[in-house]
Design a protein around this ligand. Structure first.
Ligand SMILES: C[S@@+](CC[C@H](N)C(=O)[O-])C[C@H]1O[C@@H](n2cnc3c(N)ncnc32)[C@H](O)[C@@H]1O
Length: 310
């Protein structure tokens, strides 16, 4: 199974998330809040503290073909409603808002929502209602939503609660789509392997109790999401994959890493400058040199039944 729905945590693809989860006790005195001592720091509230600007600037947009396919597959009515859960600064929200009359965009982090609001104003997108809060506790009217999107975040959520709520929030025939991309830390190209080795070195120091790919017991990856949606009675469940070439400058690579929950300045703290120097040594960026990748991404999508008792 390809781990392309993991975000930055793909750096730890060889780790057993359950084993990491079991490693208890987290470094105290970090700027990150502690929710539960058995939740790895990178999955706690505050894991993205200080990343919103880098997130907006350096996370590559989802490919246009992916978003167009997702919207087409949703078979939207005339005045459709979108609910984007764990929206961050609006990477999904803002690129598809024009297909909807109204958009609810919800994220745990006030800083992400503020960045999303600013970006929406900059782009002249006016139909988004931004809310700070847990996706699992979102207050959304029953049968009011045509499409729910969750981009690179489902592994962070209480998936059972989200699926149950989604079945309530969606109109009959409405859809849910779980999006993901392979991150720079997922390896693959040789330069990514180098980045990954440097990241692992500094993360091991910054996260002495370990980090995890996903919440314990969470479904991770398109096949697992597909099984989950089918098991929850969604119809027409499909996985779609996409790839597009992308070139990165060294500064963009560092910017991207600043936007992650494991290599940001908040996550690495005083170690960040050593990390950045390590990246420079490993990648030896020359003036004008670009690092090439095939950006791979996709979504798993299913439709709520129109008749609950067919
Ligand atoms: C990797 S970002 C994804 C942002 C955006 N969806 C995208 O596709 O780029 C993960 C986001 O999930 C948010 N998040 C994590 N747990 C959450 C929860 N329980 N409810 C709402 N948002 C949550 C984080 O604050 C962060 O902004």
């Amino acid at each position: 199974m390809l781990p392309w729905f993991r975000d930055e945590l793909a750096s730890r693809v060889d780790a057993d998330p359950v084993a990491v989860q079991a490693a208890r006790g987290y470094r105290s005195g970090t700027q990150l809040k502690c929710e539960r001592m058995d939740t790895p720091r990178n999955l706690q509230a505050g894991a993205f503290a200080g990343t919103a600007e880098a997130y907006l600037r350096y996370r590559p947009p989802y490919p246009k073909a992916l978003l167009a396919s997702l919207v087409a597959q949703a078979h939207l009515p005339g005045s459709a409603v979108l609910l984007d859960l764990a929206c961050g600064p609006g990477r999904v929200t803002l690129d598809i808002a024009a297909s909807f009359e109204h958009v609810h965009a919800i994220d745990l982090e006030a800083e992400m929502i503020e960045a999303g609001r600013r970006e929406a104003a900059r782009r002249g997108v006016r139909n988004v209602e931004w809310r700070v809060g847990r996706a699992e506790e979102a207050s959304i009217a029953a049968e009011s939503v045509d499409l729910i999107t969750i981009g690179e975040a489902f592994h962070r959520l209480d998936q059972v609660a989200i699926i149950e709520k989604a079945l309530d929030w969606l109109k009959p025939g409405g859809s849910i789509a779980i999006l993901g991309t392979y991150s720079i830390l997922a390896g693959g190209e040789a330069w990514k392997e180098a980045v990954r080795a440097v990241a692992r070195h500094w993360m091991t120091r910054a996260f002495p109790a370990g980090w995890a790919d996903a919440r314990a017991g969470a479904a991770v990856g398109p096949d697992a999401f597909k099984r989950l949606l089918i098991g929850a009675s969604f119809m027409d469940v499909e996985v779609r994959s996409f790839a597009e070439p992308r070139d990165w400058t060294f500064d963009e690579i560092v910017g991207y890493l600043r936007s992650t929950s494991v290599c940001s300045e908040g996550a690495l703290g005083d170690l960040f400058s050593g990390f950045e120097a390590g990246l420079k040594d490993a990648l030896r960026p020359a003036e004008g040199h670009l690092f090439h990748e095939q950006l791979r991404c996709g979504f798993t999508m299913g439709r709520k039944q129109t008749d609950p008792h067919p």
